[in-house]
Design a protein around this ligand. Structure first.
Ligand code: ACO
Ligand code: ZN
Length: 217
């Protein structure tokens, strides 16, 4: 008794036949050939997508002991735009978002968190004029697909965060928090945006947990 159970616990990431890849973060069943092929495809595409070799003229807007934040603007060289598009595609795939066309693509600001030679975080911000506050009480109607409701009174806002994403293996290291701090500092020249001037668009459950915590601290 106990011997086999103990082995399962000691294996850490390995449980119930599933494995988490330590490089790409995908969880798959190693014993299932189809799953293995899917993993290999995802693995190469993902690692290629987040690879960052460094640019001659990169716009570093923040530096930390464990990485830096680079800002990419719409008129930047095509290699920078291509990287942003690749990362956004990976993020949208993970979030299950359809390709969403930004309201004003020429005003979009993308912030990439770079660690070593990888993009491990991404925040896409765009100018907005108003936002609707999320009401804290959960909705009780079953028809409502989301678990929370929004007020129907528009409030003025300046910066909309249309995407925020952190690489699965790098979460809970305050990368998202530092991305939002940096946006507040850089979005409008010469001023630090207040919490009320930024808005998260259509947050996922993860996004909501993060935003709630961020806005209260
Ligand atoms: N569950 C509970 N609390 C959380 C979570 C979570 N999943 N994520 C963040 N928080 C809270 C915590 O209090 C955390 O502080 P702590 O770790 O000291 O307790 C605090 O927020 C700060 O978190 P960060 O470490 O800065 O957040 P992280 O770098 O892990 O990124 C993010 C959060 C971006 C939501 C990440 O989980 C992610 O990429 N998820 C998948 C993609 C996604 O759903 N993005 C949001 C889409 S919505 C939109 O784009 C507008
Ligand atoms: Zn992998």
């Amino acid at each position: 008794k106990g011997g086999k159970d103990q082995l399962v616990i000691d294996a850490g990431q390995k449980h119930f036949g599933t494995t988490m890849c330590k490089s790409c973060g995908m969880i798959y069943t190693a014993s299932n050939p189809e799953d293995e092929i899917q993993h290999l495809q995802h693995h190469h595409r993902f690692l290629e997508g987040i690879k960052y070799v460094g640019w001659k003229r990169e716009r570093i807007v923040a530096e930390f002991w464990d990485g830096k934040i680079v800002l990419v603007l719409p008129r930047d060289p095509s290699y920078a735009i291509k990287k942003v598009e690749d990362v956004q595609e990976l993020v949208d795939l993970e979030l299950g978002f359809q390709q969403v066309v930004p309201m004003c693509p020429n005003k979009t600001k993308t912030f990439l968190f770079i660690d070593e030679k990888r993009v491990v975080g991404c925040l896409i911000a765009e100018p907005i004029k108003q936002a609707f506050r999320v009401l804290s009480e959960p909705s009780t109607t079953k028809e409502c697909s989301r678990a929370w409701r929004c007020s129907d009174v528009p409030e003025p806002a300046i910066c909309g965060i249309s995407r925020i994403w952190v690489f699965k293996l790098k979460r809970r290291k305050r990368i998202a928090r530092r991305l939002v701090d940096t946006v507040r500092n850089c979005f409008m020249f010469g001023c630090f945006l207040s919490i009320n001037e930024i808005a998260f668009s259509d947050p996922t459950p993860d996004g909501k947990l993060f935003a709630t915590k961020y806005c209260n601290t």
